[in-house]
Design a protein around this ligand. Structure first.
Ligand SMILES: [Zn+2]
Length: 258
């Protein structure tokens, strides 16, 4: 029974938490995204040690701008490891940072994102996007400009028109454990085709409802699959099989080849 957590920040866990997490792991693969250059190195190290970790390199947009050199170093690392990483990510636009600080100039973030999109094109790698609400259509424009087809909008939230546009382009989305208690996400599950859905935890990000005060664990994606099966009125195993196939195909995970 293969299950994959399609988006997690393994380097953000404390070493003892990570140990506990690996010890109790019931899922078979983890797409481990990076958030800066140091994070790329950590994720790379983890992937060298544990065969079930699939690394992605990127720069997380919800932080203050780095020195230019930082982005160059990440892009260089991507260039050097095109064949050995599964994606570019996490990259995107600073929706929540801008919400807190409305005077933030987003232009340099757009420039950074565009450089990562160019790298995805050049390396023929999928791109993992943090692009919610009004930033999602801006990112769609950029993806269309570079004719990027393999795009994963992780933890997507946005309006109906953007959702329709993403469906047409066959962009992937992933559902987090918040689907157990967020009506907005349950509606998204209902409206988005199962063939374009993956599951993730975005760990160690904490969740509420049944997950309140619990360390976010990749095993939680099993509850997410159960919820999706309920909303889609399908069997757990049918949904699990489809979601795993979506993830392995999208990220070209060789180990899971049928
Ligand atoms: Zn993330």
């Amino acid at each position: 029974m293969y299950v994959i957590d399609a988006h997690i920040h393994l380097d953000w866990y404390q070493p003892n938490e990570r140990k506990q997490l690996f010890h109790t792991l019931k899922v078979d693969g983890l797409i481990s995204v990076a958030s800066d250059f140091e994070s790329c190195q950590k994720v790379w190290q983890l992937a060298q040690t544990y065969p079930f970790i699939y690394p992605a390199f990127g720069w997380h947009p919800e932080q203050i701008l780095p020195p230019t050199n930082e982005i160059n170093r990440i892009l260089h690392a991507i260039d050097q490891s095109c064949e050995d990483i599964v994606a570019i990510g996490e990259v995107g636009l600073p929706y929540y940072t801008k919400l807190k600080n409305p005077s933030l100039d987003v232009t340099p973030y757009l420039t950074i994102l565009e450089r990562f999109i160019q790298a995805a094109k050049k390396c023929d790698l999928p791109i993992v996007l943090h692009a919610v609400y009004e930033y999602a259509p801006i990112v769609c424009d950029l993806l269309e400009k570079y004719e990027i087809r393999r795009a994963h909008f992780h933890w997507f939230k946005g309006d109906r028109d953007t959702m329709k546009r993403m469906k047409e382009k066959e962009y992937m989305i992933s559902i987090t454990p918040d689907c157990l208690y967020e009506g907005e996400i349950q509606l998204l599950i209902k409206q988005y085709p199962l063939e374009l859905i993956m599951v993730e935890t975005d760990g160690p990000w904490p969740f509420k409802g049944p997950f309140q005060n619990k360390m976010t664990h990749p095993n939680m994606v099993i509850d997410v699959i159960k919820k999706i099966a309920g909303v889609k009125e399908m069997s757990f195993d049918e949904v699990r099989r489809q979601i795993t196939a979506n993830t392995t195909d999208f990220y070209r995970l060789k180990q899971f080849d049928k």
